[in-house]
Design a protein around this ligand. Structure first.
Ligand code: ACK
Length: 381
């Protein structure tokens, strides 16, 4: 098949080993939509090192993109080609970049994002058993009574990204000067329900989803989530890749509860200083220096990781619900931080506070966090 693939690729003038002909991709249902375009379930035939048909996720750049959008999409792909594979990072499998529609082909991660997982589990907390759309049993184990009470206070929020004009000083961010966009699914508190339907294709997809998928949320699970994300981020840190949009909504979960860091749309190598383009930014996950000076590094990813720990500890609350965009920088500069989630141990809250140190170089590395988050750390009381 390799010969056939190479032949096919050469015929199309595809020198790059990641380049895939459009004919090898059969699009299925849409999974979601972002500013860049759409993500679909799809099948791909004879991907690099993958004989036969593989279930994949395909990110498709929207129709009539601006030159900047094409640039960004292609640079994301270029960066992903060099990332290598890690169990906690969504694997890049191939791309179509010779002609539009431009596609990015990724490993399919079938259980949606971590934020939805946490919120669904939170919603179902208290019910001892429920059945999901696949007729597999989900068992909800209530970890302790403070979990439920700490959650009632947190309400989901739809605004995760704001548009920051490069010319306006970020400290003067005004709610009115900010155009609001919501992440495609931030209000959707339900986990993905149905298995993919491929009515329009003739392929048979065999999935391993019949096994039960449990919403557990005990100490072990939350701790394990924190560690898996730190592991994936350490892998990126080693390669000097700055993710820039680490948040629970951008961490995907599969049927085995393996977490995969995704959405590299804003990622770049090395220290990044951005001042050129108007772009939407995940304000509430950004470090002080990222908001104030447009400087991003692994240390600003560490800040975002602290917010992800907080999202895990609150089972999917929205950060700073009472603070407006324009108030955030003064709030942080005055030394204020997100409060300790009720269920988190002081030990875990100390880690969060270290991630939010004003001085970037004093924050821990992901490597150090992986060590600190040894099995001995207690996540919740
Ligand atoms: O949160 P979701 O269910 O998971 O909805 C969003 C949507 O596409 C838009 O980003 C989903 N998504 C993104 N990448 C993947 C992937 N590799 N596998 C499965 N779903 C994905 C994401």
């Amino acid at each position: 098949y390799v010969d056939k693939y190479v032949e096919q690729s050469q015929a199309l003038g595809l020198a790059d080993i990641f380049e895939v002909p459009h004919s090898a991709i059969h699009m299925g249902q849409m999974l979601g939509e972002g500013a860049f375009g759409q993500v679909h379930e799809a099948t791909a035939i004879n991907l690099r090192r993958m004989r036969g048909t593989t279930l994949v996720a395909v990110k498709q750049l929207k129709a009539n993109p601006s030159a900047d959008e094409v640039d960004e999409f292609l640079s994301e792909i270029e960066m992903l080609k060099g990332v290598g594979t890690h169990n906690n990072v969504v694997c890049f499998l191939g791309c179509c970049t010779i002609r539009a529609p431009y596609l990015m082909i990724m490993e399919y991660v079938g259980r949606g994002n971590l934020l939805n997982y946490l919120r669904t589990a939170r919603q179902q907390l208290g019910q001892s058993k429920t059945r999901d759309a696949n007729h597999t049993t989900r068992r909800i184990i209530k970890t302790n009574s403070s979990v439920a009470s700490s959650l009632s206070a947190s309400k989901p929020q739809s605004v995760n990204y704001i548009e920051l004009k490069a010319s306006s000083p970020s400290t003067e961010l005004e709610q009115s000067s900010v155009s609001i966009s919501s992440s495609s699914n931030s209000n959707d508190l339900c986990a993905r329900q149905a298995k993919p339907s491929f009515a329009e294709t003739t392929y048979t997809i065999v999935e391993e989803e019949e096994e039960p998928f449990e919403y557990i949320l005990d100490h072990k699970e939350l701790h394990n989530f924190a560690l898996q994300i730190a592991n994936g981020m350490r892998f990126l840190e080693e390669q000097e890749i700055t993710h820039r949009d680490l948040a629970a909504r951008n961490v995907l979960i599969d049927g085995n509860k393996t977490l995969k860091i995704s959405d590299f749309g804003l990622s770049r190598r090395g220290l990044i200083y951005t001042n050129t383009k108007t772009r939407k930014l995940p304000l509430r996950w950004l470090s002080i220096e990222a908001i104030r000076d447009n400087v991003y590094s692994s240390k600003s990813d560490i800040w975002a990781y602290g917010v992800v720990l907080w999202e895990i500890g609150t089972l999917g609350a929205s950060p700073y619900p009472t603070i407006s965009n324009s108030e955030l920088i003064p709030f942080l500069m005055a030394g204020n931080r997100l409060e300790r989630p009720e269920i988190c141990t002081p030990q875990v809250y100390t880690i969060m506070l270290q991630c939010w140190l004003e001085e970037a170089k004093e924050r821990p590395t992901f490597d150090a966090l992986c060590k600190v988050l040894s099995p001995k750390t207690t996540y919740v009381d």
